[in-house]
Structures are given as structure tokens and as C-alpha cells.
Design a protein around this ligand. Structure first.
Ligand code: IPE
Ligand code: IPE
Ligand code: MG
Length: 252
């Protein structure tokens, strides 16, 4: 039995997260450590996207959300932004046949209008071509930030009130969730960040209210299926209390 098979055999299929979110960090450092351009790290990172998508799909996890490019990442040097946009378009196009074969449905999460046309058309085309898929829901966050999303939701709700479609008293937590870019994904059960930083960097601030957080020092291109399975094992050892006591949870 391989190490991966052994890790998977230790997982409780009843206790798998419904939704895993990932902050894919560390590509630049991975390349720099090898004396290579940062863009080469991003290219290498695509392999890890394949791995985590495959394992999520094989395990029957319902939703996987990947933070690929933040609103703040637009402030990187233009050359790196161009490389990232090129790679995102190229990768999604190349992976599309496999994604369809594996019944993976792509969702685009973020201010996609800001993405240059060439990459944007590849992204929206892939989303549309996987709209019939019923397996893993793969959310790709591009030009995304939680504050962008919450601001947009507030504006939309204000407009609905002005139009008379909604009363202020109708605005409850589920109404806000319905107006977020991740809708209809459930909240993540597990958030994984690679690359060693222990911060959230403007990702899913509303949705991670009760997510389990898992940080690893491994750089994104070095994160493999084994490491993902280890993160899932850690997750299964956590006690999720949602504000209750351990005794209450034990008696549920
Ligand atoms: C993550 O890797 C990818 C993006 C943010 C687009 P980084 O490019 O942030 O890599 P580091 O953090 O500089 O190593
Ligand atoms: C977070 O990584 C964004 C993505 C992974 C897309 P960053 O590298 O941009 O985060 P900071 O700047 O270190 O917080
Ligand atoms: Mg980074």
C-alpha cells in the first residue's frame, strides 16, 4: 500500500469536509529558491491544482475553492500579472477535457470583468462547458477579495431596498450569504493555506466564520496529495463546537 493509500484508508468517509478552501501561496519563493523566475513557480503550481482537484474529486468532496488571484494581486509588477493571466487561461483550457471527464463543474468567483479578454474567454468558456457536470464543484477565485465581495453585496442589497423589492428587515444572514460571490457554495469546513504565512489575505472573510484553519510551511508547488490527505486527517481530529460545549457536542 502506498503512503497515500494508507493515509486515505485512515480517513473517515462520514467525516469528510463538504467544502475545502485553499490559499495557494508560495509559488514565487519556490522559484526564487531555485534561482528561477517567479512565473516558473506559478507554472509549477498548476501541477498542485491538478493534484488537489483529483483527490477532492476521488474522495467525493463536494466543493473545492481555490484562491488563484486576489484583488490586491493586480498591484504586482505588470509582467507578473501578465504571466499569471496567461497561465490561468492556458491551464484551464488544457485541463478542460480531463475536468469534463471527471465530472468537475467550474465556478468563477470574483470580478472576472477585470481579467484580460483572452484569459477571460477561456475561463467563461470552461465554466459554460462544465455547467452540466454534477461531481466536484471547483470554485476558482480570480480578481477576488472578501471586502470586494461584501461591498458588492451591500450595494446590491441597498439597490433592492431602493427599488422596493426588499425591506431592510428582510436582510438577514442568509440574505447576505445569497449575495456573496461564492453563492450557492456552503461555508468552507476546512481552509488550508500553504507557504507558511498565518493570515487570511482578504479571502472568504464572511464564509470562514467557523471553518477549521490549517497552515503548512510547504510551498504550494510542493504540496502533494499526501500532504492534502494529512490535512484532512488533522481536520477529522478537530472538535467543531460552533459555540457549544464539548458535552453538548458529545450528546448530539
Ligand atoms: C501564490 O504565490 C500565487 C499568487 C498569489 C498569485 P505567490 O506568488 O504569492 O508566492 P510567494 O508568496 O511570493 O512565494
Ligand atoms: C494570497 O497570497 C492570494 C493568493 C494566494 C491568490 P498573497 O501572496 O497575495 O498574500 P500576501 O500578500 O502574502 O498576504
Ligand atoms: Mg504570496
Amino acid at each position: 500500500m502506498s503512503r497515500l493509500e494508507s493515509l486515505i484508508s485512515q480517513l473517515d468517509p462520514q467525516l469528510l469536509p463538504r467544502h475545502v478552501a485553499m490559499i495557494m501561496d508560495g509559488n514565487g519563493r519556490w522559484a526564487r529558491m531555485r534561482g528561477r523566475q517567479r512565473g516558473e513557480g506559478h507554472a509549477e503550481g498548476i501541477t498542485t491544482v491538478r493534484r488537489v482537484t483529483e483527490l477532492s474529486s476521488d474522495l467525493g468532496i463536494g466543493y473545492l475553492t481555490l484562491y488563484a488571484f486576489s484583488t490586491e494581486n493586480w498591484n504586482r509588477p505588470q509582467e507578473e500579472v501578465d504571466t499569471l493571466m496567461y497561465l490561468i487561461g492556458w491551464a484551464i483550457e488544457r485541463e478542460l477535457p480531463d475536468l469534463i471527464r471527471n465530472n468537475v463543474r467550474i465556478h468563477l468567483i470574483g470580478d472576472i470583468e477585470r481579467v484580460p479578454e483572452e484569459a477571460r474567454l477561456k475561463l467563461t468558456g470552461s465554466r459554460d462547458k462544465t455547467a452540466h457536470c454534477t461531481g466536484l464543484n471547483l470554485g476558482i477565485c480570480i480578481s477576488y477579495s472578501a471586502r470586494w465581495e461584501i461591498t458588492r453585496a451591500a450595494r446590491h442589497l441597498a439597490e433592492e431596498v431602493l427599488k422596493g423589492n426588499l425591506a431592510p428587515s428582510d436582510i438577514d444572514e442568509s440574505e447576505i450569504a445569497r449575495n456573496l460571490a461564492t453563492y450557492p457554495f456552503p461555508d468552507p469546513d476546512l481552509l488550508i493555506r500553504t507557504g507558511g504565512e498565518k493570515r487570511i489575505s482578504n479571502f472568504l472573510l464572511w464564509q470562514i466564520a467557523y471553518s477549521e484553519l490549517y497552515f503548512t510551511d510547504l510551498l504550494w508547488p510542493d504540496f502533494g496529495k499526501e500532504e492534502y490527505a494529512e490535512a484532512l486527517l488533522h481536520y477529522q481530529q478537530r472538535e467543531r463546537r460552533f459555540g457549544k460545549t464539548s458535552e453538548q457536542i458529545a450528546n448530539e
